[in-house]
Design a protein around this ligand. Structure first.
Ligand code: PHE
Length: 499
């Protein structure tokens, strides 16, 4: 291409003008389309000027090509008839098909042949001794690119459909305002050098292409979990909830279990379910947990109180001091509720939420990971009932777009009553579990010092489940962990819940 370009510029430089780009293509032994490509590009840089030359010609059809050697249909029929004549049936055999029919008709019209019906069966006979095949001659002239009379050409094209019109363009080329033997590459940037030497005055610059698409930024894509988290945050803040500080992944068993009235023999407190820390293995209980509160928690576990019979076992401080990776965000809620009960100025109602990471020593499969995220909400106020919980859940989930809810009695060590939350998925045509909820037990709240008429309604769900549903991901390992494809993170769309 570049070669062809310099050939063309050279030719133009020598002769000032290329009369016809078609001839130029022939002289170079290349297809005219290749020359047209070069012309377009040089034209765009104003190096040459191109004027259209319109061409028109007739070309032979496939059928008429064969008549160049075999003769026109009428000549073929005339030859087949011979000096003695021939029956119509024989003629059909000798010149079969359309050529036979058309040829017979033409030869009759030309009065080369006649039909002799005197002897019973009609015979085709010659009326002249010899003929001149002018149709063949015309076709030969057209094939050779010679001029033929207009009437003849139109007859062949329209009536007999033996030739077809063809139109095309070539170009007359001359030098343009920016003609040069070599293309100068316009600069795309103003450089220090151009400024220092003053060459910017004469330097040609490439035009801006304002229609070009911008370069996609390579960084700064939010993971779907972050997008969905933002939406949850919005819903909670719209409902007047305040976010709890969730930065502490490591908790003592006390806040994760004991404060929640979860007995020390509970299977969840087994190393098979919970990741315990070896270094540091324990948090001394005098750090952040006042002795009197510790005492009340021990007592409620051992002998009960506040209307409860307790568990009747010997509570061990060492067990409560064990460090672990928090197994649920309810560990954060228990800290916050204790703070709420003991804040200066006394208890004030609160609505809290959290969205952060939790850890469980679980076998990893397509729906489970050893670390995931929980979304948790709680309302702490005087005189709250199960009806309030159901009402808040309806509000919360309908903002997510889950309007049809059902509740099923369930068990949590720290809530009574407890309810699993199910939502009907129109998409899947079934009820799906979307969360867990309940009213925190007095065994949890009273030792903290919350007034007797204060209740706490709370609920929790995973962040992963709704994210997977929203983004159509069916294996949790495609969402989170070392197998995640970065292009998934780059391509996933924005998230808007509840639409
Ligand atoms: N902590 C519970 C869980 O891990 C969820 C929950 C939160 C249940 C609050 C009741 C109340 O599944």
């Amino acid at each position: 291409m570049a070669d062809l370009e310099s050939q063309l510029l050279q030719a133009l430089n020598e002769k000032e003008c290329i009369a016809d780009s078609g001839d130029f293509a022939k002289s170079q032994g290349v297809d005219h389309m290749a020359v047209v490509g070069v012309i377009r590009s040089l034209q765009a840089s104003e190096m040459i000027v191109a004027e259209d030359i319109d061409h028109f010609r007739y070309a032979l059809t496939e059928e008429s090509q064969t008549y160049l050697t075999a003769g026109s249909p009428e000549a073929q029929v005339f030859a087949a008839v011979g000096a003695d004549g021939i029956s119509l049936a024989e003629l059909k055999v000798k010149v079969p098909g359309e050529a036979g029919d058309v040829g017979f008709k033409q030869a009759m019209q030309q009065k080369w042949l006649a039909l002799d019906k005197s002897a019973g069966e009609p015979r085709v006979v010659r009326k002249v001794d010899s003929i001149v095949d002018s149709t063949q001659a015309l076709l030969a002239d057209i094939a050779a690119g010679k001029e033929v009379p207009k009437a003849d050409a139109e007859n062949l094209a329209k009536k007999r459909k033996l030739i077809k019109p063809e139109q095309w363009k070539t170009y007359k080329l001359s030098k343009g305002p920016k003609f040069a033997l070599e293309r100068k590459k316009p600069a795309t940037d103003l450089t220090f050098d151009m400024l220092a030497k003053g060459t910017w005055r004469t330097q040609e610059f490439k035009d801006y292409n304002f229609n070009a698409l911008g370069v996609l930024p390579a960084g700064g894509h939010l993971h779907p979990l972050l997008k969905v988290r933002t939406q949850f945050r919005k819903i909670f803040t719209q409902m007047g909830f305040e976010e709890m500080p969730t930065n502490q992944y490591v908790e003592s068993s006390f806040w994760n279990f004991d404060a929640l009235f979860q007995p020390q023999q509970h299977p969840a407190r087994d190393a098979h379910d919970t990741f315990f820390l070896t270094k540091p293995a324990a948090t001394p209980s005098d750090r952040g947990v006042p002795a009197d509160y510790l005492q009340r928690v021990q007592s409620v576990h051992e002998v009960g109180g506040y209307g409860s019979a307790g568990y009747g076992y010997s509570w061990k401080l060492a067990e409560a001091e064990k460090n672990l990776l928090r197994t649920h965000t309810t560990a954060v809620s228990s800290r916050m509720l204790y703070r709420l009960a003991n804040q200066p100025g006394g208890f004030k109602p609160a609505k809290y939420f959290s969205i952060d990471r939790v850890f469980r020593n679980e076998a990893v499969d397509r729906t489970h990971l050893a670390e995931f995220h929980q979304v948790e909400g709680l309302v702490c106020d005087r005189g709250l009932t199960l009806g309030d919980l159901i009402g808040v859940l309806q509000q919360f989930f309908s903002r997510l777009g889950l309007k049809k809810l059902r509740f099923k009695p369930a068990f949590n060590p720290y809530t009574e009553p407890s309810m699993e939350i199910f939502s009907y998925s129109e998409q899947l045509g079934k009820w799906m579990e979307v969360g867990n909820s309940g009213m925190f037990r007095p065994e949890m709240l009273r030792p903290m010092g919350l007034p007797e008429d204060v209740n706490v309604i709370a609920w929790g769900l995973s962040l992963e489940r709704p994210t997977m549903i929203l983004y159509g991901i069916d294996n949790i390992r495609d969402l989170f962990g070392h197998k995640v494809s970065l292009s998934m993170v780059r391509r996933n769309p924005i998230c808007r819940l509840g639409l």
